[in-house]
Design a protein around this ligand. Structure first.
Ligand code: NAP
Length: 300
């Protein structure tokens, strides 16, 4: 599978596998090893985590698989996130869900992720959400310490606006390597609010979360989704592609911004469909048919 250069010595697979739902898949460590191996065989080498996924359990479930087969670690890139504090029975002292981008929390969270994931380093650590109480000097200090210690190689953000990225970037001596945001044919805000342009301007490849709108493209039956599905099916017939999910991925992959879809399914046939979508070529005309179905009206 083709790869996307994220930094001098870091590249991601064109499709990333997301582990948000790993706890729901109820897999043994052996089954998780097998899923990882199958992803690697497809060329999907980049795995997306967050400290909070599965009420703070998904990183550890993945770590158990890496413990079972430590040779897997060298074949992959691990992305994880920090900065959200969930209300959880694991933290009875918390009284409100909130953000924390303090130096102490970022360092503590990254170290906990290393421990959970059974790895010596994280390839990319993201700040999960923009924090209205962020002190960028503290974030920069935490990033520098983690980088110097070799615990984290690169840093990025998630759900940040262009001005929020620029602000944080101005405090750092090294470039942020990605902005992970929601992008799909059902969620096109980032094409209209400057986020994609900012990525293009700064040569940052955005990571797309919920590229199938969290599965809503298959379950929602209101008119807009029905029309989008009809157009995706029509473009599928034109291109010889047999499924709506492949077209949803292809629509992102064909865009010049090097958008990296994060596949959220644990089912290998669905992950395989995502990997196959990398080969689909859409014409500008086909890309716009899907765009128009998505925004619900013709372009001006
Ligand atoms: P998604 O791929 O848009 O949605 C996955 C959901 O769609 C699953 O419930 C899956 O069900 C269902 N699905 C997939 N293919 C299907 C099909 N052919 N028919 C019916 N249902 C289908 O992605 P996502 O899970 O929402 O997000 C992907 C990743 O993005 C996450 O794992 C996480 O790593 C990341 N993420 C990041 C943020 C952030 O703030 N940075 C937020 C959300 C997610 P099955 O499991 O049954 O296949």
């Amino acid at each position: 599978m083709e790869r996307v250069k994220m930094a001098e010595d870091l590249s991601f697979s064109r499709i990333v596998h997301g582990l948000w739902r790993l706890a729901e898949w109820d897999m043994s460590a052996e089954e998780t090893v097998s899923l990882i191996e199958q992803c690697l065989e497809l060329g999907i080498t980049t795995f997306d985590h967050a400290d909070i996924y599965g009420d703070y359990t998904c990183e550890s479930l993945f770590g158990k698989a890496l413990e079972l087969d430590p040779t897997l670690r060298d074949k992959m890139q691990i992305v994880t996130k920090c900065g959200i504090k969930l209300l959880s029975s694991k933290f009875p002292e918390r009284s409100v869900k909130r953000y924390d981008t303090s130096r102490e929390h970022i360092i503590m969270s990254a170290e906990q992720s290393l421990n959970n994931l059974k790895t010596d380093f994280i390839d990319v650590l993201l700040i999960h959400r923009p924090d209205p109480y962020m002190n960028p000097e503290e974030v920069a200090e935490a990033f520098s310490i983690l980088k110097q210690q070799g615990k984290v190689k690169y840093f990025g953000v998630s759900n940040f606006t262009p001005s929020q990225i620029n602000m944080l970037q101005s405090y750092l001596d090294f470039p942020l390597v990605t902005n992970q945001v929601e992008i799909s044919a059902m969620h096109v805000d980032t094409f209209q609010d400057g986020t994609i342009e900012h990525c293009l301007e700064n040569r940052i490849a955005p990571m797309a979360w919920s590229p199938l709108a969290g599965g809503k493209i298959f379950s929602w039956d209101h008119l807009d989704t029905a029309e989008l599905r009809r157009v995706l099916t029509e473009v599928g017939e034109e291109t010889g592609v047999d499924s709506v999910d492949k077209l949803m991925y292809a629509w992102l992959l064909n865009h010049p911004a090097r958008i990296i879809p994060i596949v959220g399914s644990g089912k290998i046939e669905r992950i395989t469909a995502a990997a196959e979508s990398v080969k689909i070529k859409l014409s500008r005309e086909q890309w716009f048919k899907i765009w128009i179905a998505s925004i619900g009206h013709d372009v001006a």
